[in-house]
Design a protein around this ligand. Structure first.
Ligand code: NAD
Length: 492
C-alpha cells in the first residue's frame, strides 16, 4: 500500500494519544478512550479520551462562571478574538486539512479548498456582524420610554455530526461566541480530531478559560449529560432527525430553546429546457462531494422525459469516471465513506431499493479487490425507478441518487413536496422566470437555481419540516438567534 507522509505538526498532534479534552482552559483525560479510525485503511489513527457526565457537568460549570464576564465584553473585544482565531486557522490550514482528510476520508483538496478556509471566514463574518449590531433598539413609543435590549443567553450547548466536523462546528459556535455566549461542544466521537485541534487554537488565541469547551464523548453518555443539564440556556444540534427529535424533547422538558439542523432528501428538478451538461456536472458534483455524506445534497433527481435518456447516459459516464481513493492522494476525486457502519448501511439501502424495484444504472457496491477493499469505499451509484420506492424518499447519506422520470412540471413540484424533509432542493432550467416560480413552490429551507449546495455568509441556510427548526446558520438572523430580547421600559 502506498504510504503518505503527514506534516510533522500533524504527526505530532496525532501521536499525543490518547487525546485529551478541553474545559475551563485546561486539558483533561478520562479512563475511557475510543479509537479514531482512518476510513481509507480501517487502521487506527489515534485514540481520544471520552468525556464522562462529571466532565460535562464541570465544563458547564466553567462555562457558566466564564459567562459572567464574557457576556459583558464589548463586541469589539469578542470580534478581535474571533479574528485572531481565523488567522490561526489559516496559519494551520495544512495541518487542519490533513486531520480532516484522514479522519473523515475526504479528498485533501476539498478540506483545503472548502472545509477549513470557509470555517475561518465564518469567524471573520460573525466578528463583523457582532460589531455591526445595535444591542439597544429604542422603540419610540408614546406611553413608555422603552427599548429592546439584546442579551446573550448564557451557556450554549453544541452537538455535532461526523460528516463536516470542522466547518459545522464553526457555523455553530462562531455566532454564539460573537453574541457573547459561552459554549460547550460535543463533537462526534467518530471524527473529533479537527475540533480538538480547534480547541488548541482557541486556547492560543487567548479566549478566557471556560468560554469555549470541547469534549468528545459518546452520544448516550456525554451527549445525554449535556442536553439534559438545566444550566444550558440554548441548545444547538446538527445531526439525524431521529436524535434531533429526542434532543428537542429533552430540551422541551427544561424549556431550553433548541436549534435543530437535521437530515434531508433534497430533490433536483431537471426541466425539459435545462442545460443537460451543466445539470449533470452540477448535480454529480453536489452528490459526490464528501462521498454524498451531505445533509443538503440532492438525492432524488426528477428528470423530464424529453432529456431523460441523454441525462442518464451522461451522468452514468460521469459517475464511472470518478477516481476513488485515499483522501491524502491528490488524484482522488472521492474518498471512502466515513465509517464502516455507514458503509454497511448504504449497502443495505441499495439492496432494499433493488428489492423494491429500483434499477441499478451504475455502482451499487463496494470495491472488493486491491487497496480500496481495505477501506470503507462505495461506488458512485445511480438508481432509477419510481418515487414510491422507500429509498427514493428516505435519506441514505452516501454517494447514491435516485433517478425519477417525469412528464409534467406542475405535477412534479407536488411530487417533490410530498417528502417529509425540507432542507434543500434545486431546479434546473434556462428559463429564469420559471426557475424562480418553481423555486418558490418547493417546500424547503433552501431553493437553488441551476446549482446545488450554494453557501455564502449572509445567505441564510435553514430548514423546515423534518429537516429541522429553531434556527438555521450563516446569516445575520443566525446571530440574532443567539441573543434573547428583553424589554426595558419606564412610564413617561
Ligand atoms: P447522529 O444524529 O447519529 O449524531 C449526531 C451527534 O449526536 C453525534 O455527536 C452523536 O454522538 C450525538 N448523539 C447521539 N445520540 C445522542 C443523545 N442521545 N444525546 C445527545 N447526543 C447524541 O448523526 P450523524 O450520523 O453523526 O450525522 C448524520 C446526520 O446528520 C444525517 O442525518 C445528516 O443529514 C445530518 N446532518 C444535518 C446537517 C444540517 O445542517 N441540517 C448537517 C450535517 C449533517
Amino acid at each position: 500500500m502506498k504510504t503518505y507522509t503527514l506534516q510533522d505538526q500533524t504527526h505530532a498532534f496525532i501521536e499525543a494519544s490518547p487525546q485529551k479534552f478541553y474545559f475551563n482552559g485546561e486539558w483533561h483525560a478520562s479512563e475511557k478512550t475510543i479509537d479514531v479510525i482512518d476510513p481509507a485503511t480501517a487502521s487506527v489513527i489515534t485514540q481520544v479520551s471520552l468525556s464522562q457526565p462529571e466532565d460535562v457537568a464541570n465544563a458547564i460549570g466553567s462555562a457558566e462562571s466564564a459567562f459572567k464576564s464574557w457576556g459583558k465584553t464589548e463586541p469589539s473585544e469578542r470580534a478581535g478574538l474571533l479574528r485572531k482565531l481565523a488567522e490561526l486557522i489559516r496559519r494551520d490550514l495544512p495541518i487542519l486539512a490533513e486531520l480532516e482528510s484522514i479522519d473523515v476520508g475526504k479528498p485533501i483538496g476539498e478540506a483545503e479548498g472548502f472545509d477549513i478556509p470557509f470555517a475561518a471566514e465564518c469567524f471573520e463574518y460573525f466578528a463583523g456582524v457582532a460589531e455591526d449590531t445595535e444591542y439597544e433598539v429604542d422603540l419610540g413609543l408614546e406611553l413608555t420610554d422603552s427599548h429592546t435590549a439584546k442579551i446573550p443567553y448564557g451557556v450554549s450547548a453544541f452537538v455535532f455530526p461526523w460528516n463536516f466536523p470542522f466547518c459545522l462546528c464553526a457555523w455553530g459556535i462562531a455566532p454564539a461566541l460573537a453574541a457573547g455566549n459561552t459554549i460547550v461542544v460535543k463533537p462526534a466521537s467518530e471524527t473529533p480530531l479537527s475540533t480538538l485541534y480547534l480547541a488548541k487554537l482557541i486556547e492560543e488565541a487567548g479566549f478566557p478559560a471556560g468560554v469555549a469547551n470541547v469534549l468528545p464523548g459518546a452520544g448516550s453518555v456525554a451527549g445525554e449529560a449535556l442536553i439534559s443539564d438545566p444550566r444550558i440556556k440554548l441548545m444547538s444540534f446538527t445531526g439525524s432527525t431521529e436524535v434531533g427529535r429526542h434532543i428537542g424533547e429533552v430540551c422541551g422538558r427544561n424549556l431550553v430553546p433548541a436549534k435543530l439542523e437535521l437530515g434531508g432528501k433534497g430533490a433536483a428538478i431537471v426541466c425539459s429546457d435545462a442545460d443537460v451538461d451543466a445539470a449533470v456536472e452540477g448535480l454529480s458534483g453536489a452528490l459526490l462531494f464528501n462521498a454524498g455524506q451531505v445533509c443538503c445534497t440532492a438525492s432524488r433527481w426528477y428528470v423530464h422525459e424529453s432529456v431523460y435518456d441523454e441525462f442518464v447516459s451522461k451522468a452514468k459516464a460521469h459517475f464511472e469516471s470518478i477516481k476513488l481513493g485515499r483522501g491524502l492522494d491528490t488524484d482522488s476525486q472521492m474518498g471512502p465513506i466515513c465509517t464502516q457502519k455507514q458503509m454497511a448501511k448504504i449497502l443495505e439501502c441499495v439492496a432494499e431499493a433493488q428489492a423494491d424495484g429500483a434499477e441499478v444504472i451504475c455502482g451499487g457496491k463496494r470495491p472488493m479487490t486491491g487497496e480500496l477493499s481495505q477501506g470503507f469505499y462505495f461506488e458512485p451509484t445511480l438508481l432509477a425507478g419510481d418515487d414510491s420506492n422507500k429509498w427514493a424518499q428516505e435519506e441514505i447519506f452516501g454517494p447514491v441518487t435516485f433517478l425519477i422520470k417525469f412528464s409534467d412540471e406542475e405535477e412534479v413540484v407536488e411530487r417533490a413536496n410530498r417528502n417529509q424533509y425540507g432542507l434543500a432542493n434545486s431546479v434546473w432550467t434556462q428559463d429564469l422566470a420559471k426557475a424562480k416560480t418553481i423555486a418558490h413552490e418547493l417546500v424547503s429551507g433552501n431553493s437553488w437555481i441551476n446549482a446545488h449546495n450554494v453557501f455564502e455568509y449572509g445567505l441564510h441556510y435553514g430548514a423546515c419540516n423534518q429537516s429541522g427548526c429553531g434556527g438555521g446558520v450563516n446569516s445575520r438572523a443566525t446571530f440574532e438567534g443567539y441573543l434573547r430580547q428583553m424589554s426595558v421600559a419606564a412610564r413617561r
